[in-house]
Design a protein around this ligand. Structure first.
Ligand SMILES: NC(=O)c1ccc[n+]([C@@H]2O[C@H](COP(=O)([O-])OP(=O)(O)OC[C@H]3O[C@@H](n4cnc5c(N)ncnc54)[C@H](O)[C@@H]3O)[C@@H](O)[C@H]2O)c1
Length: 313
């Protein structure tokens, strides 16, 4: 583990906060999980134990150690509980005013040397840290759902973040087995969401224009470029194919691609009709199972993949 960071607090015990807590507990780090709602803390504890059970099912954790690692988890509804921490990770809902309020409170109670990070999906890190007296100690750590499984963390520096802060956070994340990537510019969507949205915008547009069914569009992506992406990133793949060939295709294809500046109308109409995906039973597909059952199955597939990656990559 990191010499500089051994005590961690997470503020916000929802989907992301509980996943991040589980990741650190797995590595025998003490975690203080804080939420304004006692119920959220109870739910988070159950979720964390459930995830450890799942890990042990795939041989990624020893079930006999669950009680021991759970002893390293403390919870509180008081934000002052962060007082002894070396690192405080904010994971409250994606509203700038709320993040400002929480960042101000964190700075009131935290140690002078403590590092503060935000798990924002896309709000400007510069804007979030602007309320701090010492913004050099803060940056973005964008974990992906489920945070305990997906290896990547986008580490996003603001204009004020010190090199020392970046180095300490990168080192910690590497020490707990994550793949941190430093994003040097505080741009909307960082890297992953920009690329994910470019892909989704094109896919929704193709569906809207009747080129193929949702299932067929997904099949094309999953069984072609999707399979390759785990081994060869989009830039490396261009080198493999040849930049001249890519350039020729780009020259005639780019003008054909979806480039609207607002959401594709098919997406807007689905949202207006309440067709929001698994949570309402209909989105681009019909869903007949509960969101919990679907998410459990998706996580199960990811665990199998991680297990395979540990032994093969
Ligand atoms: N869910 C995702 O897929 C995902 C992925 C990456 C990043 N994020 C980002 O992570 C952050 C958290 O998202 P989430 O999905 O975990 O949200 P969530 O709604 O599941 O959890 C947020 C938690 O914060 C608590 N909270 C609200 N106000 C608080 C306060 N003042 N003090 C302490 N706790 C408070 C809530 O009670 C809730 O338990 C957001 O910024 C989101 O954009 C989410």
């Amino acid at each position: 583990m990191s010499e500089d960071i051994s005590r961690i607090s997470i503020v916000g015990a929802g989907t992301m906060g509980s996943g991040i807590a589980q990741l650190f507990l797995h590595e025998n780090v003490s975690v203080f999980l804080i939420d304004s709602m006692e119920k959220a803390l109870e739910r988070a504890k159950k979720r964390i134990i459930d995830q450890f059970e799942m890990l042990s099912h795939y041989g990624l954790f020893d079930r006999n150690n669950i009680d021991r690692v759970m002893d390293n988890l403390k919870t509180s509804v008081e934000i002052s509980a962060i007082a002894e921490s070396d690192l405080i990770i904010e994971a409250v809902p994606e509203k700038l005013s709320l993040k400002h309020e929480v960042f101000r409170q964190i700075e009131t109670y935290c140690r002078d040397e403590a590092i503060i990070t935000t798990n924002t999906s896309g709000i400007s890190i510069n804007e979030i840290v602007s309320v701090l007296k010492k913004p050099d100690r803060a940056l973005g750590t964008h974990f992906f759902m489920p945070a305990n499984i997906i290896p990547l963390v986008e580490v996003v520096r603001s204009d004020y973040t010190s090199k020392e802060t970046i180095d300490k956070v990168m080192h910690l994340l590497q020490a707990v087995g994550k793949k941190p990537v430093l994003i040097n510019k505080d741009i909307p969507g960082f890297i992953a969401n920009r690329i994910q949205h470019a892909l989704a915008r094109e896919a929704i547009s193709l569906l809207e224009s009747g080129v193929a069914t949702a299932e067929d569009i997904d099949t094309v992506v999953r069984y072609s470029i999707g399979m390759r992406l785990l081994f060869t990133g989009p830039l490396e793949q261009r080198d493999v194919n040849g930049l001249d060939i890519h350039h020729d295709i780009a020259a005639y294809l780019y003008k054909e691609l979806e480039n609207r500046q607002t959401p594709v109308p098919l997406l807007t109409s689905k949202v207006e009709k309440g067709e929001l995906g698994i949570k309402t039973g209909k989105g681009f597909y019909e869903w007949n199972e509960s969101p919990e059952t679907i998410l459990r199955r998706k996580n199960d597939q990811l665990y199998k993949l991680i297990y395979w990656m540990k032994n093969n990559i």
